[in-house]
Design a protein around this ligand. Sequence first.
Ligand SMILES: [Zn+2]
Length: 203
Amino acid sequence: MVNSQISRLAAAHKALQECLWTVRLDELSSLAPMGRIENALRRSNKGFDDWMHKLLAVARKTAPYTYCDYSHYGLGASALAFDGKKLGVIGGANCENGAYTPTKHAEEAAVCNAQSAGYMYRARQNGLKKTEWLIALGVWDPNDLLNPVPCNLCRQFLLEFGRDLLIIGPGPEKHLVNATTLKIITPGAFVPEMVKSVLPKVS
Ligand SMILES: [Zn+2]
C-alpha cells in the first residue's frame, strides 16, 4: 500500500474516533433528547439506561436474521421510537439484493419497521413533528468491529427524521457502549428543509 493511502486511512480512522465516544449506558442520557420522553420514561418504570440496554439487545437478536449472501456483512439494528405517549424498540436486519442497488440496510429496516408499526403516525396524531418520534438507533455488528456509525446512505435516510438521533453500538467491555449522534456525523448535511425552500409550491 502506498504511503498516501495509508495516511488517508489513518486520517479517516482518526476522524471516526473523534466522532465516537465510549461511554457507560447510564451516561447516554446526556446525548439524547430527554425532555421529550421524560413522561414516557416515568410511565414505563424503566430508566433510559434500561432502554439503551434493550436497544442493543434487540439489535443483537436481529443480527442473525440478516440476508447478506453477497457482501457476507450482516448487521442488526434497532430503533427506539416514541409515539408521543410510549416508547418501543423495534429491530431490523439488512436485506441484500442480486441487483445490489435495491439492498436495504439494517438501519433503514429498523426505522421502517418502527414507522410501519405506527410510531410516527401516532406521534403526529399526538402533536409531535416527524423529527421527534425517532429517539435512538442501536447497531450490532456480529463481526465485532465496534463501530456503530451508519453508512452515508443511511445517514441521509435518517436525516429525514431529525438530527438529534442518538446512535449506539457495543463497546469494548460489557458495561460500555460506543455512541455518537446523527448531528455529529452529518456536518453540512442536505436536510429536507432545503427541498422545501427550492421547489415551487404544489397547489
Ligand atoms: Zn447503511
